[in-house]
Design a binder for this molecule. Sequence first.
Ligand code: FAD
Length: 393
Amino acid sequence: QSTENGNGLQSRGPLKVAIIGGGLVGSLAALSLARRGHEVHLYEYREDIRTAELVQGRSINLALSQRGRKALAEVGLEQEVLATAIPMRGRMLHDIKGNRTVVLYDPCTNQCLYSVGRKYLNEVLLNAGEKFPNIQRHFEHKLHYVNLTQGRMEFKRAPNKEIVEANADLVIGCDGAFSTMRQQMVKTPGVNYSQEYIEHGYLELCIPAKNGEFQMPENYLHIWPRDAFMMIALPNQDKSFTVTLSMPFKVFDTIRTTEELLNFFHKYYADAVPLIGEERLVKDFFKMPPQHLVSVKCHPYHYGAKALILGDAAHAMVPYYGQGLNAGMEDCTFLMSLFDQPNLTTAEILEQFTELRWRDAHAICDLAMYNYVEMRDLTKRISFRCRKWLDTQ
Ligand code: FAD
């Protein structure tokens, strides 16, 4: 039975929905469903990032593009997020001699990517959820078992790992690339799944602000393509840049001492050394081991009428296309467009979600893998072509 709630959104009568994972996709999904009048329970393994002193996790900032913006607009948050985001109008390529070349993304209509802080975006989404009394947040709850047919869940609650049981009409796994929900789904017949670790790892460095200013032009995604490896940098609100160094683990393994690190950087990224600062480079490089990157494909994304996975849980991809989060947010756009069809049952919504989504999601995982080669290799050729073109002007 369809009803209309205060937001003018159609709903088939409130469901009790459990969302597993309060990251970017989970907090967006919670908000979207709460706006449609459903009773939402958001379960997150970590403590509340809004009050946490130290938030560990993946990249500090992200490139937000059209898919993500559209999803944010649908929950009324696009302008709030863009107000503090930094537009990146093109790539700025740094060659090995320190020459810089700009390749605009869209010289005609000036479309661009936006650099946003992961923590900030997560906070905006969680804060927006506070306005809805029909969202209950359960931090420090780690899903460890779900019965996919009955919608029954078991969590381990910090600090004692005491078991907490819950149930829901619908359980949506937004619990990331190593999803517990997906692990349970792939144990059932008919669920296909593949994962691929790439030979590259990554670690994050920082180009700090100098005298309160950016040290490089801020409206670009900076790239240092070096064939087998590369470095990129995205601007932050505090006028620093977050730098991501990607290279094969076997290259990381060759750098064990300060001297080896500085030699390596002076050889391949000489223009970045004074920007990062030698002392900081050494400290940040050896702070944490490089992280692995995985690409995940799965089909279907649902199980029966009670379980669904979204975001990285359904389609984690390597980060080189800047679309992992954007695609995860687009999952919410698709899912909500189905929820807004009052004649569909929950089972039909889930079935149609898989059918509508899986080909595009697999394609974007492939494109991300392709761009993994493109960014570190082809951009160098583009850079070369552009310089030749500039020389002729
Ligand atoms: P996650 O962000 O992984 O969130 C999952 C949440 O679930 C976490 O909060 C976790 O604590 C929680 N959780 C996990 N297990 C459990 C459990 N058992 N019980 C309860 N909670 C649980 N994407 C872009 O679009 N643009 C970019 O520029 C970009 N850059 C990137 C750079 C790097 C280096 C990396 C690694 C990724 C990048 N991505 C980018 C991809 C992006 O980070 C992911 O696609 C996005 O974070 C997926 O969001 P998610 O909510 O699905 O998963």
